[in-house]
Design a protein around this ligand. Structure first.
Ligand SMILES: Nc1ncnc2c1ncn2[C@@H]1O[C@H](COP(=O)(O)OP(=O)(O)O)[C@@H](O)[C@H]1O
Ligand SMILES: [Mg+2]
Length: 351
């Protein structure tokens, strides 16, 4: 199938890899990704970048990757084409080549040690970028604009009165909107330079030691409040069942371990108000993601899906939405315990 993808051959030629062998890589939801093995050179990663991202984000990624490299934090660098460009346009899309990083990619965490290591790596990433003087091309507007995502779900309910799977999706949508109405308030926080999508499969782990070694998928790097970034990480890291099942369960043990790891590397760089906001931010992000998956169960035009496990994109996204809703309920049922574990991890007094 790979060979049929329009533009692929042109792009490989632009990077001087016309004869390379290609192998699909990872389980991303947005970009198309391949491991490229040239006959005479180092393996690299080729991506057809999703059209939602402006091509200029590759400049942001280059600047951020250089800044991180100077401080020993490993992320993929952007490799220039033969003519020195950071991206190549072909077949109506933007493509780029990245350095390939060795490591295992997981769809869920399986131990507190992994969670601790993931937390420490993310904190090192944040600290290393603090104070970087760069004007981001990435607009970041509305990425975690929960009200907008909820409105989009309400619109999808109205726009698809005759969707063939409406009987399954509509009640789920109503439950997500009801859960959203009960979310705790999210206090305002200042912007920090963040990864923007620190989910578990955007991290690589050393096969032998199990330590988190690098962060990939820097398309969303930019400015955002830190509690939202951490909420997004925690909703992914603390759900051992992963994103593709109907029953999410929030693990207090993984939560405590991830935060202990984050605190160990963040020290007092993170402010107490940011720490306290992690609770409402995590719950908000889970419901927001449930709403996004649910809207796509109707719209069927955004998230990638696995045709070997589901009949339609709609079904896969409905299952994902149900998984996030149950994850949010599991979180809400443990609020007090989770809040105590959060404060303990950062050495703050419990309320
Ligand atoms: N530079 C890289 N080195 C090694 N693996 C990578 C690299 N970039 C991406 N991957 C793998 O490919 C997957 C998809 O790439 P990613 O950039 O995360 O795209 P998406 O936006 O679709 O999630 C990642 O989850 C990871 O497993
Ligand atoms: Mg990814």
């Amino acid at each position: 199938m790979t060979q049929d993808i329009k533009g692929l051959r042109t792009v490989l030629a632009a990077y001087g890899c016309a004869g390379a062998s290609l192998q699909p890589l990872g389980n991303g939801l947005i970009n198309l990704t391949w491991l490229v093995r040239p006959a005479d050179g180092k393996p690299a990663v080729l991506q057809r970048v999703a059209d939602v991202f402006p091509a200029e984000i590759n400049r942001d990624i280059g600047v951020v990757a250089d800044a991180l490299a100077r401080q020993g934090v490993v992320v993929p660098g952007v490799l220039p084409s033969l003519s020195g460009q950071l991206w190549v346009e072909a077949a109506g899309h933007n493509w780029r080549m990245l350095t390939w990083l060795k490591g295992a990619c997981h769809e869920s965490l399986s131990s507190p040690d992994q969670a601790r290591s993931a937390g420490a790596l993310l904190a090192r990433f944040h600290r290393a970028l603090d104070g970087l003087d760069h004007e981001f091309a990435n607009p970041r507007l509305g990425v975690h604009d929960t009200a907008r995502h909820l409105a989009a779900l309400r619109d999808a309910l109205v726009d698809h009165p005759a969707h063939p799977r409406r009987a399954q999706i509509a009640p789920l949508a109503e439950s997500i909107l009801a859960a959203a109405a009960g979310l705790p308030a999210l206090p305002p926080s200042r912007d920090r330079i963040v990864h923007g999508d620190p989910k578990i499969n955007n991290m690589l782990f050393d096969e032998a030691s199990g330590e988190a070694t690098s962060l990939v998928d820097l398309d969303t790097v930019g400015l955002m409040p830190l509690p939202l970034e951490l909420g997004d990480a925690l909703r992914s890291w603390c759900n051992p069942t992963g994103e593709d099942g109907r029953l999410g369960e929030f693990s207090a043990e993984l939560f405590a371990a991830a935060l202990t790891g984050y605190a160990s590397a963040a020290g007092d760089w993170i402010e107490p108000a940011e720490v306290r906001a992690i609770m409402p931010a995590t719950e908000t992000i889970i419901i927001e993601l449930a709403a996004r998956f649910c809207a796509d169960a109707f719209n069927e035009n955004y998230f990638g899906w696995d045709a070997s496990r589901f009949t339609t994109r709609s079904e896969h996204n409905e299952v994902r939405a149900a998984g996030q809703l149950t994850l949010a309920r599991s979180f809400a049922a443990q609020r007090e315990d989770l809040s105590n574990r959060l404060l303990e991890a950062f050495g703050l007094a419990t309320d």
